[in-house]
Design a binder for this molecule. Structure first.
Ligand SMILES: [Zn+2]
Length: 215
Protein backbone atom coordinates (compact mmCIF):
# COMPACT_ATOMS: atom_id res chain seq x y z
CA UNK A 1 0.00 0.00 0.00
CA UNK A 2 1.01 3.64 -0.47
CA UNK A 3 0.21 5.46 2.78
CA UNK A 4 -1.48 8.85 3.04
CA UNK A 5 -0.75 11.48 5.69
CA UNK A 6 -4.23 10.89 7.24
CA UNK A 7 -3.53 7.17 7.54
CA UNK A 8 -0.09 7.76 9.10
CA UNK A 9 -1.50 10.28 11.58
CA UNK A 10 -4.18 7.83 12.64
CA UNK A 11 -1.59 5.05 13.07
CA UNK A 12 0.70 7.43 14.97
CA UNK A 13 -2.10 8.05 17.47
CA UNK A 14 -2.80 4.34 17.88
CA UNK A 15 0.84 3.31 18.38
CA UNK A 16 1.45 6.27 20.68
CA UNK A 17 -1.20 4.89 23.07
CA UNK A 18 -0.21 1.26 22.55
CA UNK A 19 3.60 1.44 22.73
CA UNK A 20 4.50 4.77 24.36
CA UNK A 21 1.67 5.32 26.92
CA UNK A 22 0.54 8.34 24.90
CA UNK A 23 3.77 10.22 25.79
CA UNK A 24 4.53 11.49 22.29
CA UNK A 25 3.07 14.87 21.26
CA UNK A 26 1.91 14.94 17.66
CA UNK A 27 4.43 16.11 15.06
CA UNK A 28 4.01 16.93 11.37
CA UNK A 29 4.15 13.91 9.06
CA UNK A 30 5.13 14.48 5.44
CA UNK A 31 5.29 12.16 2.47
CA UNK A 32 8.52 11.96 0.54
CA UNK A 33 9.64 10.55 -2.79
CA UNK A 34 13.03 9.47 -1.43
CA UNK A 35 14.74 6.33 -2.64
CA UNK A 36 17.30 6.27 0.14
CA UNK A 37 14.95 5.71 3.10
CA UNK A 38 11.46 4.51 3.96
CA UNK A 39 11.13 6.58 7.14
CA UNK A 40 13.18 9.39 8.61
CA UNK A 41 12.85 11.62 11.67
CA UNK A 42 14.20 15.16 11.41
CA UNK A 43 14.69 17.74 14.17
CA UNK A 44 16.75 20.77 15.08
CA UNK A 45 19.06 20.57 18.08
CA UNK A 46 19.02 23.65 20.33
CA UNK A 47 22.43 24.30 21.96
CA UNK A 48 23.54 26.25 25.02
CA UNK A 49 26.51 28.67 25.00
CA UNK A 50 28.91 25.75 25.44
CA UNK A 51 27.55 24.06 22.34
CA UNK A 52 25.81 21.31 24.27
CA UNK A 53 22.42 20.15 23.00
CA UNK A 54 19.83 21.19 25.59
CA UNK A 55 16.71 20.15 23.69
CA UNK A 56 15.39 19.26 20.27
CA UNK A 57 12.77 21.16 18.31
CA UNK A 58 10.92 21.23 14.99
CA UNK A 59 10.35 17.50 14.80
CA UNK A 60 9.23 16.24 11.41
CA UNK A 61 8.57 12.68 10.29
CA UNK A 62 9.05 11.76 6.64
CA UNK A 63 7.72 8.58 5.10
CA UNK A 64 8.66 7.67 1.54
CA UNK A 65 5.92 6.68 -0.86
CA UNK A 66 8.41 5.44 -3.42
CA UNK A 67 7.93 1.81 -2.37
CA UNK A 68 4.69 -0.12 -2.41
CA UNK A 69 5.12 -1.95 0.90
CA UNK A 70 2.83 -4.26 2.83
CA UNK A 71 0.87 -2.42 5.52
CA UNK A 72 2.67 -4.01 8.46
CA UNK A 73 6.05 -2.91 7.06
CA UNK A 74 4.80 0.67 6.85
CA UNK A 75 3.55 0.41 10.43
CA UNK A 76 6.89 -1.04 11.56
CA UNK A 77 8.72 1.82 9.84
CA UNK A 78 6.48 4.34 11.58
CA UNK A 79 7.05 2.75 15.01
CA UNK A 80 10.81 2.60 14.34
CA UNK A 81 10.83 6.37 13.74
CA UNK A 82 8.62 6.88 16.80
CA UNK A 83 11.32 5.21 18.94
CA UNK A 84 13.86 7.74 17.59
CA UNK A 85 11.36 10.49 18.41
CA UNK A 86 10.78 9.18 21.94
CA UNK A 87 14.55 9.03 22.66
CA UNK A 88 15.16 12.52 21.21
CA UNK A 89 12.16 14.07 22.95
CA UNK A 90 13.01 12.66 26.37
CA UNK A 91 16.65 13.70 25.95
CA UNK A 92 17.74 10.12 26.63
CA UNK A 93 21.33 9.11 25.95
CA UNK A 94 21.81 6.09 23.73
CA UNK A 95 25.10 4.35 22.93
CA UNK A 96 24.63 4.94 19.18
CA UNK A 97 21.89 5.71 16.65
CA UNK A 98 20.40 2.28 17.17
CA UNK A 99 22.11 1.66 20.50
CA UNK A 100 21.23 -0.31 23.63
CA UNK A 101 18.27 1.88 24.52
CA UNK A 102 16.80 1.81 21.02
CA UNK A 103 17.17 -1.97 20.79
CA UNK A 104 15.67 -2.53 24.23
CA UNK A 105 12.56 -0.51 23.32
CA UNK A 106 12.38 -2.22 19.93
CA UNK A 107 12.56 -5.68 21.53
CA UNK A 108 9.90 -4.75 24.06
CA UNK A 109 7.50 -3.56 21.34
CA UNK A 110 8.20 -6.61 19.15
CA UNK A 111 7.51 -8.95 22.09
CA UNK A 112 4.44 -7.19 23.49
CA UNK A 113 2.75 -6.32 20.22
CA UNK A 114 3.96 -9.03 17.83
CA UNK A 115 5.75 -6.53 15.61
CA UNK A 116 8.82 -7.13 13.43
CA UNK A 117 10.76 -3.92 13.90
CA UNK A 118 14.36 -3.90 12.72
CA UNK A 119 17.17 -1.40 13.03
CA UNK A 120 17.72 -1.14 9.30
CA UNK A 121 16.96 2.27 7.84
CA UNK A 122 17.98 1.35 4.33
CA UNK A 123 15.61 -0.21 1.88
CA UNK A 124 15.89 -3.96 1.57
CA UNK A 125 16.86 -5.48 -1.82
CA UNK A 126 13.26 -6.63 -2.26
CA UNK A 127 12.02 -3.08 -1.78
CA UNK A 128 14.60 -1.76 -4.23
CA UNK A 129 13.58 -4.35 -6.83
CA UNK A 130 9.96 -3.24 -6.48
CA UNK A 131 10.92 0.23 -7.72
CA UNK A 132 10.11 -0.22 -11.40
CA UNK A 133 9.71 3.39 -12.53
CA UNK A 134 11.28 4.04 -15.90
CA UNK A 135 13.37 7.17 -16.26
CA UNK A 136 16.51 8.19 -18.09
CA UNK A 137 19.68 7.73 -16.05
CA UNK A 138 23.13 9.08 -16.82
CA UNK A 139 25.86 7.33 -14.92
CA UNK A 140 29.56 6.65 -14.65
CA UNK A 141 31.14 3.28 -13.97
CA UNK A 142 34.56 3.81 -12.41
CA UNK A 143 37.39 1.39 -11.87
CA UNK A 144 39.01 2.40 -8.61
CA UNK A 145 42.72 2.15 -7.90
CA UNK A 146 42.00 -0.43 -5.16
CA UNK A 147 40.38 -2.76 -7.73
CA UNK A 148 36.76 -2.03 -6.84
CA UNK A 149 34.06 -0.89 -9.25
CA UNK A 150 31.93 2.12 -8.37
CA UNK A 151 28.88 3.73 -9.88
CA UNK A 152 27.75 7.36 -9.90
CA UNK A 153 24.29 8.22 -11.21
CA UNK A 154 24.24 11.93 -11.97
CA UNK A 155 21.80 14.65 -12.93
CA UNK A 156 21.98 15.12 -16.71
CA UNK A 157 23.19 18.70 -16.32
CA UNK A 158 26.17 17.56 -14.22
CA UNK A 159 27.67 14.93 -16.54
CA UNK A 160 30.54 17.00 -17.96
CA UNK A 161 31.40 18.65 -14.64
CA UNK A 162 31.59 15.34 -12.76
CA UNK A 163 33.47 13.70 -15.63
CA UNK A 164 36.12 16.43 -15.35
CA UNK A 165 36.30 16.07 -11.57
CA UNK A 166 36.80 12.30 -11.85
CA UNK A 167 39.64 12.80 -14.34
CA UNK A 168 41.63 14.52 -11.57
CA UNK A 169 40.72 12.01 -8.87
CA UNK A 170 43.59 9.84 -7.65
CA UNK A 171 41.22 7.05 -6.52
CA UNK A 172 39.75 6.56 -10.02
CA UNK A 173 41.79 4.59 -12.55
CA UNK A 174 39.29 4.80 -15.41
CA UNK A 175 35.76 5.99 -16.02
CA UNK A 176 33.08 5.00 -18.56
CA UNK A 177 29.83 6.89 -19.04
CA UNK A 178 26.46 5.46 -20.03
CA UNK A 179 22.78 6.24 -20.26
CA UNK A 180 20.03 3.74 -19.52
CA UNK A 181 16.35 3.54 -18.56
CA UNK A 182 16.84 0.31 -16.57
CA UNK A 183 14.88 0.75 -13.26
CA UNK A 184 17.75 -1.02 -11.47
CA UNK A 185 19.56 2.34 -11.44
CA UNK A 186 16.69 3.92 -9.46
CA UNK A 187 18.32 2.61 -6.31
CA UNK A 188 21.19 5.10 -6.53
CA UNK A 189 20.84 8.73 -5.52
CA UNK A 190 21.10 11.17 -8.41
CA UNK A 191 24.28 13.08 -7.63
CA UNK A 192 25.16 16.69 -8.37
CA UNK A 193 28.61 16.37 -6.80
CA UNK A 194 31.27 13.69 -7.43
CA UNK A 195 30.38 10.68 -5.25
CA UNK A 196 31.26 7.02 -5.66
CA UNK A 197 29.03 4.08 -4.74
CA UNK A 198 31.00 0.83 -4.82
CA UNK A 199 29.07 -2.00 -6.49
CA UNK A 200 29.68 -5.65 -7.17
CA UNK A 201 30.93 -5.83 -10.78
CA UNK A 202 29.05 -9.10 -11.40
CA UNK A 203 25.75 -7.61 -10.19
CA UNK A 204 26.28 -4.57 -12.38
CA UNK A 205 27.25 -6.43 -15.57
CA UNK A 206 23.74 -7.41 -16.84
CA UNK A 207 22.54 -3.85 -16.31
CA UNK A 208 25.31 -2.49 -18.55
CA UNK A 209 24.28 -4.68 -21.46
CA UNK A 210 21.21 -2.58 -22.22
CA UNK A 211 23.01 0.71 -21.52
CA UNK A 212 24.21 3.08 -24.20
CA UNK A 213 27.76 4.43 -24.02
CA UNK A 214 27.92 8.22 -23.80
CA UNK A 215 30.21 9.99 -26.24
ZN1 LIG B 1 16.54 4.25 12.80
Amino acid sequence: MIPTVEYLEERFGTFNELCFDGALPRIPIKLSNARSFVGRLQYRPVRDWRGRVVRKEDFLLRISTRFDLPEDEIEDTLIHEMIHYWIALEGLKDSSTHGKLFRAKMKEINAQHGRHLTISHRSSPEELDRDTRVSQHYFCVSQLSDGRTAITVVASTCVSRIRRAFRWSSTIRSQSWYSSTDPWFNRFPRCRTPKLFPVDAETLRPHLEGAEALK
